[in-house]
Design a protein around this ligand. Structure first.
Ligand SMILES: N[C@@H](CCC(=O)N[C@@H](CS)C(=O)NCC(=O)O)C(=O)O
Length: 93
């Protein structure tokens, strides 16, 4: 599912609704007053395939970071994702 107004460019969170680690990241976003594009793996086979093709894992949450047009880095681990987002939001102000 494509979701939400984006206010951070080039970021997509691959996630599922019920995963507690995904909830942690979504809660952080809510508290930070930010939103990014969310892709829910449930019912979105394309998102599952994208994640597995890029990372060889199906684990969520995973943050896709566009580093240049069409180039992506993929970041697993909810704590690392939150640290990355916090640093990025601090930079962007
Ligand atoms: N340590 C990870 C745990 C992530 C995790 O266990 N995610 C589960 C869903 S709640 C998952 O994707 N399991 C399926 C898999 O790893 O293939 C984090 O904090 O992000």
């Amino acid at each position: 599912m494509e979701a939400d107004v984006q206010d951070a460019e080039g970021l997509v969170l691959y996630q599922t609704e019920g995963c507690p680690y995904c909830v942690k990241v979504r809660r952080y976003l809510e508290q930070a007053g930010r939103s990014i594009e969310l892709r829910d793996l449930r019912g979105t086979p394309d998102a599952v395939q994208e994640l597995i093709a890029a990372t060889r894992r199906r684990t969520v949450p995973c943050l896709r970071i566009e580093t240049a047009p069409g180039d992506f880095e993929w970041l697993h681990e909810s704590a690392d994702i939150i640290d990355y987002l916090a640093a990025r939001f601090a930079e962007e102000g």
